[in-house]
Every structure is written in C-alpha cells, then in structure tokens.
Design a protein around this ligand. Sequence first.
Ligand code: MG
Ligand code: MG
Length: 257
Amino acid sequence: MSKAVISGNITLKSSGEVDAMRAAGRLCGQALDAVSKAIRPGISTFELDAIAEAVIRDAGGLPTFKGYFGFPATLCTSLNEEIVHGIPSKKRVLRLGDVIKIDCGATLDGWIGDAAFTAQVGGATGKPKKLMDATAAALEAGIKAMQPGGFLGDVCHAVEVVGKGQKYGIVTRYCGHGVGRRLHEEPSVPNVGVPGTGVPLVTGLVIAIEPMFTLGRADTVELKDGWTVKTRDGSLAAHFEHTVAMTDDGPSILTLP
Ligand code: MG
Ligand code: MG
C-alpha cells in the first residue's frame, strides 16, 4: 500500500490501488445508473435507496454512507431547494417536475467510489435544465483541468468559471475532497479557486470533484434532521460529482458504470 505524500496528509494511490478504486467506483456508478432508470413520479426516495443498496450489496460491496457519522441510508436524496445530505424516506414521493440530487458511495475491498447526479422527474426542461447542464459542465471542466504540471486551484477555478458565467450561486460551504480508503481525505476541493495555486496534480492523486450550483444565492442552512442542507433563499440547487484519479496522461474518471 503506497503511503507517498505530497503535502500534509494527502495519500497518493499506486496504479494498482487506482485499479481497485475503479472497481469500487464502477459499482457506485452502476448503483446510480440503476437509480437513474427508476426515477419516476410516484416512487419514494426510500425505494430509490433500496435499489442502490441492492446493486452494491449484490456485488459484494458496502454502502459507504450507511453508518457514516450515523447517516441512516445508502443514498443522499435531496429534493429541489435541498442541495446535499437529504435522507431517503417513504414519505418523500417524487412528483413530476421535482429536481432530485442523488449522491452515492460504494465501498469494495476497502476502497471507495463517490459520485452524484441531478435529474428532473419526467425529463429536464427550462431553468432547471439550464442549471443542471451548467453544473454538469462545471464538473466536466474541473475534470479536464486535471493536467500534468497543473495545480488543484486549476480544477477549482474551472468549476467556478462555469458557475460565474451563468451567474449561478456557487456553494462553497460544502466541497469536494480526496477519496481512498476513507470517504473524505485531504485535500479539500472547493468549487472556487485560483489557477496555479494549491496542491500539485501529481499521478496518484484521487479526488471527488462536486460542483453545487443554485438559481439564487449560495448561502445554505442545515435542517433540524441534522443532515439535510438546503439553500437559505429556497432557490433550486443542482449537484454533480465524480471520483477522478490523476494519471500520467491526465484525468481518469473512476465512477463510470
Ligand atoms: Mg458524494
Ligand atoms: Mg463527495
């Protein structure tokens, strides 16, 4: 097991470890894929959670989030003005037009994949579609910014530029992170940053990039359930995430199905 560090507590992964993380990431991607296909009016977030958990356990994996600081489920399911960390419930039944964020972690052989997507129930249209497209484009831009010789600030800045270009709120209270045997490792990966600054993007660095944009302001509040995070102004939010490894040739997404 590699213990190479580039600064502080950042643990770089060997190519073999990245392969193992890709297996965990693929499982996470497959769980999200199954959930994506099940999204429809009338289904509860509890049912979506059960679908993801079955995919992960059937492949010999473990739902990373379940029990993490006491979180009770496999998925975080966050509706409309909720941004992240929503708790699946039989009482949360999807309606046509709802915008749902699905975040999933899968652990396989001790390694973790972490990814998320946003969808509008019944198909994306109008302002929600524009917001979701921009948030997904920000994730793509962040991934593309992972180039040899670059710095983490390049990634954060690339995400920020897309959000600012559309005048969306860019959530900074929550951010991306290193991933490995632990769900949240160093370094933090904010959704804003300065190019050419921060941790060097060296081979073996594995990070979760996760832009969160809103139609209004970026301020957040946590609900009384101790988990769910929503926009303070009640505006719509979107969230996309991939776990990505830095390789000699640039970025490699680990959480594709
Ligand atoms: Mg996540
Ligand atoms: Mg994450």
